[in-house]
Design a protein around this ligand. Structure first.
Ligand code: DGD
Ligand code: CLA
Ligand code: CLA
Ligand code: PID
Ligand code: PID
Ligand code: PID
Ligand code: PID
Ligand code: PID
Length: 312
């Protein structure tokens, strides 16, 4: 397709730049400016809306392209192969083309709103400047091809299941765990801190398992889960806590989503995360909430998971 052909030209213009970026730099975990969690949540909400509007088949293909690209990483900077760089760009270009322009620009504007204007120049200062300019020029030409192939209407909204066992179990889980949810400091910057003692390549291995799980999920249920998150963000209070009803809808949607992939795929995520999360992290989280609320929530989760497993 045209976007695939254009991605090769984009690769010619941008792969030198890609090789110069230190992808393992811990700076990419930081907020791109002043830490403003509720404003950042708005930007993430725009991404969720864009994801929910995208063609699920193309999202799946993009997740698969990232998984493949992680497999061809080489060298100290963590760069993927030239061929996989091109395929990731092509796959993301197709995702963008499956969404109306306004939804894409809404993401750009909202991210711009939380980004310090000095950030792009600082990023450029870490690489060879002319290579960055060449890459950006390539991006400008690529985006014209994407725009030419872009839809004008979003894909249909998800079909949300109702009256199922997971929905009923989600009500119980949510009643048992909402007090715990209210104890959590959702606006803390602790969630942007590096995991103690872990390198970027180690962390990327666990993220790869999530990408693999995402690629296997049912596309309709993933879209439904994104829509439930968008609705939940709409009801957050000043401390970032969503309403009880929206919380329940998120749990139901995520339970159905987990049930749409094989158990082993889910356990691969759990086991790879367990490898990189030091017990000091969980203990620290536990120390910040009411212990009785956390135990009640955990009990609720372990009951819920049996219902999920039964429909898996
Ligand atoms: C950039 C953008 C990259 C900066 C990276 C910051 C993004 C951080 C994302 C934070 C994520 C939030 C949370 C995520 C989840 C966390 C979970 C805990 O360097 C601009 C100005 C605005 C920049 C900020 C907006 C960036 C938006 C990026 C898209 C959003 C993606 C979402 C990412 C999130 C994660 C995804 C999963 O646009 O951008 C550089 C540009 O900066 C430079 O400005 C441009 C002008 O816009 C343009 O008009 C033009 O002037 C251009 O062109 C210069 O500069 C000139 C000529 O005109 C060209 O013809 C050509 O010759 C060129 O020069 C060659 O140099
Ligand atoms: Mg991402 C984008 C890293 C998995 C879907 N992703 C980005 C970039 C960053 C990144 C490079 C955001 C910051 C930015 O804009 O820098 N992703 C990244 C990593 C992983 C990952 C490390 C780990 C595996 N992504 C992943 C998965 C999905 C996505 C699994 C779902 C399939 N990702 C996704 C989308 C988008 C990103 C839809 C974006 O739109 C965003 C992005 O790239 O926006 C431009 C700047 C970007 C780069 C350095 C990448 C190359 C960009 C072009 C081709 C050349 C460079 C031009 C110029 C010098 C700088 C960009 C200017 C900008 C205004 C366009
Ligand atoms: Mg998430 C999970 C935040 C958008 C899909 N998501 C998580 C949690 C974290 C979170 C609370 C990971 C950390 C963790 O396990 O803590 N998501 C979060 C935010 C946003 C967001 C802030 C922003 C809008 N997500 C989002 C979107 C999607 C997903 C758009 C795609 C539709 N998310 C998704 C999945 C999963 C998450 C598939 C998970 O599996 C993971 C998770 O919750 O795993 C348990 C602990 C979790 C909580 C504090 C909240 C859940 C409470 C449960 C139901 C009861 C508590 C049990 C116990 C006390 C603690 C957990 C024990 C553990 C061994 C299971
Ligand atoms: C400017 C000035 C003009 C010239 C110009 C110009 C530039 C405009 C630009 C630009 C626009 C622009 C847009 C970009 C958009 C990036 C969007 C990224 C979206 C990320 C998402 C992340 C996610 C997911 C995902 C799917 C999940 C949901 C999420 C489901 C169903 C200024 C050059 C024209 C870069 C969507 C993917 C996993 C949230 O106009 O003179 O330069 O860049 O998890 O969905 O699960
Ligand atoms: C524009 C103007 C509107 C019209 C429009 C428009 C276009 C927007 C577009 C577009 C946005 C867009 C985004 C693209 C982003 C591509 C990002 C590529 C990232 C590739 C990576 C590869 C890799 C790896 C990997 C992880 C490793 C690092 C690497 C570590 C830690 C402008 C059409 C709406 C194409 C990250 C995955 C292995 C490098 O809005 O008028 O057209 O395209 O090895 O991580 O090692
Ligand atoms: C300038 C002027 C214009 C011309 C121009 C220009 C240059 C702009 C530039 C540039 C922008 C730019 C951006 C870059 C962005 C790179 C983003 C990389 C993201 C990598 C990540 C990696 C990671 C991980 C991971 C998970 C870990 C955390 C991390 C945990 C819990 C100035 C040329 C347009 C280079 C996210 C995945 C392992 C961080 O605009 O006139 O030159 O470069 O380790 O999670 O640990
Ligand atoms: C233990 C001991 C036994 C008893 C036991 C026990 C516990 C096991 C447990 C547990 C397993 C478990 C699993 C959990 C899994 C969570 C998985 C989360 C996945 C997140 C993803 C994120 C993403 C996306 C997304 C889609 C995108 C890709 C991504 C596309 C196409 C120890 C109790 C049985 C909690 C997949 C969603 C946006 C990456 O066994 O004696 O306690 O918890 O962006 O994909 O866009
Ligand atoms: C298990 C054992 C195997 C069998 C198995 C199994 C099950 C795994 C499961 C499962 C995993 C799973 C995960 C679930 C996670 C639910 C997470 C809910 C999160 C809700 C949130 C709501 C909110 C918001 C929001 C953003 C705000 C904060 C809030 C800010 C900054 C165990 C079956 C494979 C159900 C986060 C979105 C508005 C709180 O593996 O043998 O069954 O379920 O307001 O953010 O304010």
């Amino acid at each position: 397709d045209e976007i695939g052909d254009a991605s090769k030209k984009l690769g010619d213009a941008s792969y030198n730049f890609a090789k110069e970026v230190d992808w393992n730099n811990g700076i990419f975990l930081q907020a791109p400016g002043k830490f403003q969690p509720l404003k950042a949540l708005k930007a993430i909400d725009k991404m969720i809306e864009m994801g929910a509007a995208a063609d699920p088949k193309l999202l799946k293909a993009a997740a698969e392209a990232h998984h493949k690209a992680i497999g061809s990483i080489s060298g100290p900077n963590g760069v993927t192969s030239r061929a996989d760089w091109d395929e990731v760009n092509a796959a993301l270009g197709r995702v963008v083309a499956s969404v109306p322009k306004a939804k894409v620009m809404a993401v750009y504007d909202a991210v711009k709103d939380i980004t310090d204007p000095k950030v792009p120049a600082y990023m450029k200062s870490l690489v060879n400047g002319p290579d960055a300019e060449k890459a950006y020029q390539g991006f400008l030409e690529f985006k014209d091809v994407v725009a030419k192939n872009q839809v004008t209407a979003a894909s249909a909204p998800a079909v949300v299941p109702s009256g199922d066992k997971i929905g009923a179990a989600a009500k119980q889980l949510s009643d048992a765990s909402y007090p715990f949810i209210k104890d959590i400091d959702w606006l803390s910057d602790i969630y942007l801190k590096p995991l103690p003692g872990k390198t970027a390549p180690e962390t990327l291995k666990a993220i790869d398992k999530m990408i693999v799980m995402g690629a296997k999920m049912d596309g309709n249920l993933l879209k439904a889960a994104a829509e439930a998150h968008h609705k939940a963000i709409g009801s957050v209070d000043s401390k970032g806590v969503t309403s009880a009803a929206d919380y329940e809808a998120v749990n139901a949607a995520l339970g159905r989503l987990v049930a749409s992939v094989p158990k082993d795929t889910v356990m691969d995520v759990y086991n790879s995360m367990a490898k990189i999360v030091d017990p000091t992290v969980t203990n620290n989280m536990f120390s910040k909430v009411n212990p009785l609320d956390a135990v009640a929530a955990a009990k609720g989760f372990y009951t819920f998971k049996d219902v999920v497993q039964a429909s898996q």
